[in-house]
Design a protein around this ligand. Sequence first.
Ligand code: E4P
Length: 228
Amino acid sequence: MKIFLDTANIAEIREAASIGMLDGVTTNPTLIAKEGKEFKSVLEEICEVVPGPVNAEVVSVDFTGMVREGEVLAKIHPKIVVKVPMIKEGLKAIRKLTDQGIKVNTTLIFSPSQALLAAKAGANFVSPFIGRLDDISQSGMDLIRQIIQIFDNYEIATEVLVASSRHPLHVVESALIGADIVTMPYKVFEQLLKHPLTDIGLKNFLSDWEKFKSTYKAENLLELLKVR
Ligand code: E4P
């Protein structure tokens, strides 16, 4: 399963990329606005750092506007994937953009029927927003299960990009179900690698080492291993 960061913050993106765990990035108008920088330069900077797809969203809601914005966004960098909202005009725009070879992610998916239509329109990715469903007491994970089942039934190649994740359990459950990608805030990315027992275990190993290293007559491990 691929891991994307859901942020336009370049410091967070650099940090995740430096660990070698980052497959792509999703942004949206809210996340870009939060950075207070020029739209295009934020995307260019992100594309330089991230090895895979960088999702950038259109802000028009009419067919012509979405297609025009999508074409311009796609020209910024070959890694750009154009995010188009799941609306009637959006479905037409998806077809038009993908016919030109531009990669499209359909965003703001909240039902299996929306995912099916987006896939039929030719979207390369669909983004079901699971956290926002959980927020209104509907199961986001159930939606992921249903979409994957439908895509499997018809061997649909559109990738399921789980969006609006809120915590590590969302990531683990997505992996268990077989989602293609999960995008997450940097905070969730960091939580994925942490466990309190890891920290306690490491602390104990190191304090035991400090206590007993004198019996080895060595100051550190390299000395013990006779590395000069
Ligand atoms: C996805 O591409 C969206 O940017 C994002 O996951 C939305 O998450 P939120 O519901 O936490 O705003």
